[in-house]
Design a binder for this molecule. Structure first.
Ligand code: ADP
Length: 153
């Protein structure tokens, strides 16, 4: 008997869960894609956040549903405006790594008021980040359901 309360056991359990346990496939678009193409990708891939990468597959930004909606209200043509004009860009992108605690991701989503983070890997010293996954509020909801069902041992 450890003398721990149920609450302590639950919080210990949660602290051990990493991003790698609850992740989704990232959906990427290239920086030269148009806003129109980005909207199509969002519908086809059924995701709310796109990660924008350059020619060498390095993360340069994030385009959310609202970024694309805002662009659609503007004057410019959706076919000719590049998604890179309307995205949020590096270095102001919140990211995580697959070995990070999932609860830290939850904290970041709350403080930054965003829906998801790219899971990244540093390509080489001094270079950019490669996107290897995605973690969103949906993944955190799945975690909550698993905890309630005691499916996470
Ligand atoms: P939505 O805009 O569809 O409600 P979010 O709440 O995730 O989706 O996005 C809000 C704003 O934050 C958008 O302008 C988006 O570009 C930006 N954003 C989304 N994810 C990130 C992130 N990981 N890092 C930095 N900015 C982000």
């Amino acid at each position: 008997y450890t003398g721990k309360t149920g609450g302590q056991m639950l919080s210990d359990k949660i602290k051990d869960i990493t991003v790698a346990h609850y992740q989704s496939r990232p959906v990427l678009v290239s920086a030269s894609s148009s806003v129109y193409e980005a909207i199509c990708t969002m519908f086809l891939e059924d995701c709310g956040t796109l990660f924008v990468v350059d020619k060498s597959n390095t993360l340069i930004g994030v385009a959310s549903r609202k970024d694309l909606l805002r662009a659609s209200l503007g004057e410019g043509s959706l076919e000719t405006t590049p998604v890179s004009v309307v995205m949020s860009r590096m270095p102001n992108i919140a990211m995580c790594q697959k070995e990070d605690a999932i609860i830290e991701v939850a904290q970041t989503l709350m403080t930054r008021q965003i829906d998801g983070l790219p899971i990244v890997k540093k390509v080489a010293v001094g270079s950019g980040y490669e996107v290897i996954g995605r973690v969103t509020k949906t993944n955190l909801t799945a975690l909550l359901v698993d905890l309630a069902n005691n499916d996470f041992e």
